[in-house]
Design a protein around this ligand. Sequence first.
Ligand SMILES: CC(C)(COP(=O)(O)OP(=O)(O)OC[C@H]1O[C@@H](n2cnc3c(N)ncnc32)[C@H](O)[C@@H]1O)[C@@H](O)C(=O)NCCC(=O)NCCS
Ligand SMILES: Nc1ncnc2c1ncn2[C@@H]1O[C@H](COP(=O)(O)OP(=O)(O)OP(=O)(O)O)[C@@H](O)[C@H]1O
Length: 200
Amino acid sequence: MVAIIGLTGGIASGKSTVSKMLKEKGFTIIDADVAARVVVEPKKLAYEQIVQTFGKVILQEDGTIDRAKLGSIVFHHEEERLKLNQIVHPAVRSYMLEEKDRAIATGKQTIIMDIPLLFESKLQWMVEKIIVVFVDEETQITRLQERNSFSKEEALARIQSQLPLTDKVKEAHIVIDNSGTVEETQRQVENMIKKLNLIP
Ligand SMILES: CC(C)(COP(=O)(O)OP(=O)(O)OC[C@H]1O[C@@H](n2cnc3c(N)ncnc32)[C@H](O)[C@@H]1O)[C@@H](O)C(=O)NCCC(=O)NCCS
Ligand SMILES: Nc1ncnc2c1ncn2[C@@H]1O[C@H](COP(=O)(O)OP(=O)(O)OP(=O)(O)O)[C@@H](O)[C@H]1O
């Protein structure tokens, strides 16, 4: 039996930090943020649709999408974000499902689907158990500002474009609280692997 585990949380709550720890333990991670980059590469269908919808102003000189520019549009205008989601999300879903089948075919016993918008996109059906990486809002804002050099306003715009993390925690099978040190998070990850009896 293959276990399909969803890993989610909020922006900068620590999903990548946790998924890196799981990867080091030999687990297979399928990352929706990576998928969302692949499906918008030049010549892909989603790329063409994004350029048609948002115009060439969101392109860099080399023709690739200027993510900072597109981000500054969609995280300040909900309507624009929904348009982008409608273009990108179907392609991300197909990519994730294909990667999952590929991993199953190579004999993996556990597959971790790292999906930041798992609840927002109602993708609970894709996974059997859900891990939510939690962080308190103050720490989340600080880490997001530091990582992306965002103003507080830019950090809040991104956080507010997602469901509250406290709501996601209520729907979780396992919560990893990443408000503390990386070592504390590592211990929680190890306990979770034991509790769910996960084998790579
Ligand atoms: C707006 C874009 C260009 C900004 O790119 P950027 O490199 O700055 O951010 P990145 O893609 O690494 O995302 C960082 C985090 O932002 C959050 N986020 C991204 N897109 C969204 C969205 N549409 N709604 C809410 N939160 C989002 C997630 O927590 C994600 O982990 C990019 O995020 C994007 O194309 N988003 C639409 C696709 C999407 O929903 N991706 C999320 C997983 S499917
Ligand atoms: N326990 C921790 N202590 C201190 N800093 C941390 C901790 N966990 C993560 N960070 C830092 O916080 C930032 C956000 O973490 P990370 O990138 O893992 O979040 P994420 O949920 O994957 O973000 P995104 O949704 O944007 O992809 C990073 O700069 C990371 O180095």
